[in-house]
Design a binder for this molecule. Sequence first.
Ligand code: HAM
Length: 416
Amino acid sequence: MKEFIRNIKGTKDILPEESSIWIYLENYIHQFFAKFGYKKILLPSFENTDLFLRSIGKETDIVSKEMYSWIDQGNNNLTLRPELTASVVRAYIQHQLGKQQKNHKLYYIGSSYRRERPQKGRFRQFKQFGIEAFGSEFPEQDAEIISIAYLLYDSLGIKNLNLRINSIGSRESRLEYIKKLKEYFSKYENELTSTSKQRLIANPLRILDTKVDFEIELVKTAPKIIDYISDDDKQHFEEMMIILDNLNIPYIIDDYLVRGLDYYSRTVFEIQTNSLGSQNALCGGGRYDYLVEELGGNHTPAIGFAAGLERLILAMDNTNHQFICNPDIYIISMGDKALKKSFKIANDLRITKDLIVINDTLKRSLKAQIKDANRLKARYSIIIGEEEINKNIVSIKNMETGNQEELSIDKIIDYF
Ligand code: HAM
């Protein structure tokens, strides 16, 4: 026997019994974002590596150790996208969307790739859905984004949602905080991990993302960013909270939430739920008022969030039964002539009546086809044999009630 090649660690095959919830949720997300006026953007799965270095930041976990990057045959340095925000911003600048109108509200659903250690809720290829709003600097825009994220989970019945928010201030006001943070962590420099030592020099904010127990303890008594941000930043944050209060969206202020990507300013947030284990973040996002400029565009305030579809599915904790689309009709055909006819009837029903219709292509016995129709939970079965063809009739059976009747073949379409 030939050697069998398995899928790559951290990737996942979604088999038919599981795919129905994916289809259901992707449709739900399309419709949900559309209700707020957001329009879909589709982007390439790989980009120039520099795009991610310049946006996400060199000191982040993502860029320093998780990207799938390679040099292609044309000597281009390419990377499978680890997230979509950088690509959305690139497209926004490249197609000069800012010139068309003052604000753009975009959403996406697409795969992302990070070489993280796989575990429950953490994959190397995962699907992210998210939104990005360009053009508004106002706290109302922040509140809109946060409320969309919260309402999406709430409307799907996800329990124990924990919305954490913080403000990391504007770029200028953060400088003083970074100085204080450097002073604070320097006192423990000898005990820090080599990654944090490096971050202490390059970007001390990133130490706040540490996953090391000892460093997590240190973070608990570190200076708080909220004490260093400007009055304008504070006012922005407070106004946003008033809007969230008005919308009855419950939140917690998390003084040390900075998020693991470098492009943020002012508002940052995450929604967690306790049913996911250690990978408890359902989604995360924030403002990135300087990113468009840093990637070569005009100054454009922006804010967005992204969420993992796998984690949403885990949190829904449902059997997939309710999402499976059972067939409307199963056509049981006996003999080649009947099978030919049933193909034609099936297509007419699918096209004119929008029904899910199954043809048996295994040429099985009557009994086996009835069994299959029951297994698939078809609502109706249509039985066609040689005799029926000769008389130009079929038998139609309502599989729920067991009622069966004969019908002229020409009347089938009208019957449904
Ligand atoms: P992020 O926090 O890196 O932010 O990822 C957002 C969400 O993607 C996470 O909350 C999680 O649900 C999911 N996720 C991340 N990594 C994995 C993984 N390895 N396996 C499964 N799910 C994962 C961003 O990506 C930013 N682009 C969010 C954003 C949009 N900020 C502004 N706009």
